[in-house]
Design a protein around this ligand. Structure first.
Ligand SMILES: CC[C@@H](C(=O)O)C(=O)SCCNC(=O)CCNC(=O)[C@H](O)C(C)(C)COP(=O)(O)OP(=O)(O)OC[C@H]1O[C@@H](n2cnc3c(N)ncnc32)[C@H](O)[C@@H]1OP(=O)(O)O
Ligand SMILES: [Co+2]
Length: 132
């Protein structure tokens, strides 16, 4: 795993959260994107080589809507950049980690992504991402 690509933060109101994070970080989000497959709308702020990804659910069965319903707003996942996501999925499976999707799926910001179960990483939902 090369670097922390982004930290995902679950928010109820993306517009309001954009204003909060823009004021805090002193910069506007550089991108906003809806990923229908995940039921989320995202916005991204640069932090050096990493990013903050704000995520709001677009439907009640979205993982973000369910997370907020159960736990409230807050850090939802940590994403690592990898050069070869399929090789990394195979390596993690051999190590005994449970992948939530074994075939990479479309993510935001021109990435393909895969998730690892949070119970296998001390309560942290881990995302792998690779450039499309
Ligand atoms: C924008 C695209 C992409 C990108 O490019 O960056 C994204 O970031 S998409 C982000 C949203 N998508 C996902 O999160 C996909 C992967 N997630 C899932 O498959 C599910 O959310 C889940 C992690 C399997 C949980 O779903 P489910 O099992 O239906 O929910 P439960 O509430 O029953 O959870 C079981 C268990 O796990 C705990 N949990 C759930 N989410 C998290 C989390 N984000 N971090 C830590 N722990 C989490 C939950 O609390 C339950 O534990 P117990 O209460 O102890 O049973
Ligand atoms: Co993410």
């Amino acid at each position: 795993m090369k670097r922390i690509e982004h930290i995902g933060i679950a928010v109820k109101d993306l517009e309001a959260a954009n204003k909060t994070y823009a004021a805090m970080m002193g910069a506007e989000p550089y991108k906003s994107e809806t990923v229908d497959g995940e039921g989320v709308t995202t916005s991204f702020f640069k932090v050096g080589e990493s990013k903050i990804e704000l995520l709001a659910g677009t439907r009640p069965d979205s993982p973000i809507s369910k997370f907020i319903e159960k736990r409230g707003e807050g850090i939802h996942h940590m994403a690592f950049y990898v050069d070869d996501i399929r090789a990394e999925i195979e390596r993690l499976k051999k190590e005994g980690f449970r992948l939530l999707n074994e075939e990479p799926k479309p993510g935001a910001d021109n990435k393909i992504v895969a998730f690892m179960h949070p119970k296998d990483a001390n309560g942290v939902l881990v995302e792998l991402c690779q450039e499309k």
